[in-house]
Design a binder for this molecule. Sequence first.
Ligand code: DUC
Ligand code: ZN
Ligand code: ZN
Ligand code: ZN
Length: 531
Amino acid sequence: SKFDLVIVNGTVVTASDISSCCIGIKDEKIRALAQSFTDDEIAGAEVIDAEGAYVMPGGIDAHVHLCQDLKTGPHGLGGECADNFETGSRSAIAGGTTTVITFATQTRAEEDRSLIKVVEAYNARAEATGSYADYGFHIIIVRNDADVLENELPVLIQDWGISSCKLFMTYETQRLTDSQLLDVMFAARKNAITTMIHAENGDMIEWLTDKLEGKGMVAPFYHALSRPPLVEGEATNRAIALAQLIQNPILFVHVGSALGAANVRKAQTMGLPVYAETCPQYFNLTWEDLKRFHSPTCFENSKMICSPPPPPDNSDQEDLFTGLHNGTFTIYSSDHCPFRYDHPHGKPTGVLEDEASMHGESACTGHNIQDLLSRKEGAFRFIPNGIPGVETRLPLLYTGALAAGRITPQKFVELTSTNPAKLYGLYPRKGALMPGSDADLVIWHPEKKFQPFRLTNSQLHHNVDYTPYEGQEFINWPRYTILRGKVVWANGEIKGKPRDGKYQKRGPSQLSHGLPGHDRDPHTVAAWLYK
Ligand code: DUC
Ligand code: ZN
Ligand code: ZN
Ligand code: ZN
């Protein structure tokens, strides 16, 4: 038969266009888009009737933590990653995402010096369970060994197709000094590797945390006070200056403040290749959510602790929406960083006695509080930073932004699929609906036929025992997810298998490296440094 699978009656959306058309799929690839197919053309193919609903390129979630070490946790704070490649990717496909880019993390331990060995180890974890979704890795670099950077970055690109690294400006166990950042950025630029930056000023956070603890302000809410917007504001400005010196494209991960977004915007206006990612938590949570103290469930708000924290209030969210709309934000990823709530290596579930009395409550005895107190894990300093969200990413953006008329359907596709593919060298194999592209699709429900519902965690497919979006209303949800021509999620059921996902080698970023001629400007270091 001409096709294996045909999608009819879709409202097909790409980053540039919307049209009512049919899609023909054969051997895992998109083969044809047409206004209609003849009976002969369809003969022998499976047919899905989209009933007028949006059909989009499958979601690409470029920021997902799976299987990260207990040794350090995903960010050096301890805590155990609740999802492995099987459960995390299962959650991804149930939310319309067909590709996840996860993190392989170097640590300061001597045995983790080699980036190649780190990647091999993480890939072995993925292969141990398999993945429902296609997957790849960013490498997190926490040291500046000259030999490793010089010898291994070219191998990472050539053998593994890893064209992006993440660097931290905070966390004692990961952060790089300015000069170390310059070392890695310099090596990254020479190897056409995109540098992702976690931009928070680590010294400000440490200083504020000490001061807060001195006043007994240790409950989860104070996590936000230890990271006011200036923390991201300072670090984004500094990283932009460092990148400008090196003439290196950078991508700020998980930008959560209006101040951070404004700094990015200003750099972009100057023509610098500065890109930014934002995440659902910055649009759907605020400091209020961190204030829900001690009831109805103790320490409920430790569930909401992530870094950077959600913004103070809705006015910041308005600025972030503007950034989605005007292109400041290049991509929208989940930062799925899963910790269980009721687990010894998850979020602490007790409440400190002092804290309870400050708020006129009595400390709860239900959750091993003595244990938490004696290990001091109840204080926000010890709570692992991160929240789950790989499955809710697209539905939240659909409900809060697309259906609300804040972004167009094309912008939705650009932020969630096409730009991540371009930024990380997967385009147009992914992120596009061109003949020859992988047949990765998400098909929504026809809006008028879908009954809005309130989410509860048991509906999700991750291995986390809570969702920050419990009780929130969703007005649509992916009806079908298709991975390289195979239906892997349909009408509320997982159809795929953990061996469906394939490792994705990536090329260099396909986004602009800045204004033409920028790196020939005789007044910049590029004129002599890269000779
Ligand atoms: N950085 C992340 O990327 N995810 C969770 C926490 C963090 O600091
Ligand atoms: Zn981070
Ligand atoms: Zn993250
Ligand atoms: Zn309680």
